[in-house]
Design a protein around this ligand. Structure first.
Ligand SMILES: *Cc1c(COP(=O)(O)O)cnc(C)c1O
Length: 434
């Protein structure tokens, strides 16, 4: 029970009581431009790889090798939520469908795949097998696979990062070993083994799996460790989403400006995914975008790291929480050292959500819009219905008039690879709670 003295006692007691709660970020500052070269580099690197991705992953053909997901309106869910939670949600309700991202079926197809591609490019350039002006579809040739097979990649994961790194790394020819934490789902491990990825199972949590991955990798020659707790590359891969979303909203004729705020709700695990996306969105929309993170009541690591100012030096176990949640993608007890520091002046706040509410929203969304998400991906969904978030937006001087023109964008972070029978169990369980 360390470090608790700096937290507001009411907040601490809510957290320890596993009550859904909200922490408004007192460090939020009026926007000043962020360093954007990293985002632009990432966008350009992904463009160079597009011909390769298009060739190797047929599900990226319709987007010309660009890994991107659609946005869509949720008119029926909007009504259902207002009825179920007895509230009104002014403005439009939309979903960012990262559950449909090609190759990995989750938000990890942004950062994870980007970091592997960057590594592959760096090595191929260094060994003079590639020039930046080349057509990168040549990386699909066996010469490159043979070349990459002398290198290995290791990563620690609760499941989805392993799917993204494993799938991409194995396709390029790397030897990939994934270190899975205890909550990793069996079907995710199975899928990886089928792709020729080495799966090491740990009876411990995410932070432990990361440590083990790092330790094993250090002992090996030519092993690259992908560090979900501290990687700038992962972060910038996620941040590209901001540039992409700007184009998508424009195409839909959706304005984002003083009178049309964009409010974004992002499920948060270690923080790199939602942190990178927030960074990219702020770069594009500045003060007109408002970002909230969502965490399970048992795993509020980013909330704790930010609210205490301790970042990675505090864990949910330090305040007596178990870090046990059905939301495997969010089962992280200690936040990223990098992500919290990158977003501490950009983020509006963090709220927590119970597993029960995750399942309820899973069922409601499935029934109303026929969209199938994994439990983690529903954490953002309750945000637009939360009175405390509404009040917080008001405290930032957003008027009812402005809010009536708001776009609420819920970030759906995963689900497309979930086997049908397991999805059915999720829906059944959710309906029981309703
Ligand atoms: C990983 C993940 C997140 C959160 O990303 P972090 O980088 O861990 O914060 C959210 N949803 C799903 C489904 C994920 O797999």
């Amino acid at each position: 029970m360390k470090y608790t003295y700096q937290l507001d006692p009411v907040l601490l007691s809510d957290l320890q009581g596993k009550k859904e709660t909200f922490w408004p970020n007192g460090l939020l500052k009026p926007f000043s431009p962020v360093e954007s070269q990293g985002i632009i580099d990432a966008e350009q690197r992904l463009l160079r790889f597009a011909p390769y991705l298009k060739e190797v992953f047929p599900d990226t053909r319709k987007t010309n090798g660009i890994i991107e997901s659609p946005i869509r309106y949720l008119p029926r869910m909007h009504e259902v939520m207002q009825g179920y939670y007895q509230t009104t949600i002014p403005g439009k309700l939309m979903l960012k469908c990262d559950n449909q991202l090609p190759i990995a079926g989750s938000i990890k197809a942004r950062g994870g795949i980007y970091e592997v591609l960057k590594l592959a490019e760096t090595l191929a350039l260094k060994y003079r097998m590639l020039e930046k002006k080349d057509d990168y579809s040549k990386l699909a040739n066996s010469t490159f696979k043979d070349f990459f097979s002398q290198f290995s990649i290791a990563v620690g994961s609760t499941g989805n990062l392993a799917l993204s790194i494993g799938t991409m790394g194995a396709a390029l020819g790397f030897k990939v070993t994934v270190h899975m934490s205890q909550e990793a789902k069996e079907w995710k491990k199975q899928l990886l083994r089928e792709k020729g990825v080495g799966v090491v199972e740990h009876e411990n949590d995410f932070s432990f799996a990361v440590e083990e991955g790092r330790r094993h990798c250090l002992k090996e020659e030519k092993c690259f460790f992908i560090d979900d707790e501290n990687s700038k590359d992962l972060f910038m891969g996620y941040a590209v989403a901001g540039l992409r979303l700007k184009e998508q909203l424009k195409q839909e004729g959706i304005k984002v400006d003083q009178d049309h705020p964009l409010i974004v709700y992002l499920p948060c695990g270690v923080g790199g995914g939602p942190g990178g996306v927030t960074y990219g969105l702020k770069h594009v929309f500045g003060d007109y975008v408002h970002c909230y993170f969502a965490e399970p009541v048992n795993s509020p690591c980013m909330l704790l790291g930010l609210a205490s100012g301790k970042h990675e030096a505090i864990s949910v176990q330090d305040i007596g929480l178990s870090n046990k949640t059905e939301a495997d993608g969010l089962a992280v007890g200690r936040p990223s050292a990098l992500a919290g520091k990158m977003v501490r002046e950009l983020l509006n706040g963090v709220y927590t959500v119970s597993d029960e509410n995750l399942y309820k929203m899973l069922a409601l969304l499935h029934e109303s819009e026929s969209i199938s998400l994994e439990p983690s991906a529903l954490a953002g969904m309750i945000g637009p219905a939360m009175p405390r978030i509404r009040a917080h937006l008001g405290s930032l001087s957003l008027t009812d008039d402005q809010l009536s023109r708001a776009t609420h964008l819920v970030w759906a972070t995963g689900g497309d690879l979930v086997p049908e029978s397991i999805m059915q169990e999720y829906v059944t369980k959710g309906k029981r709670y309703l």
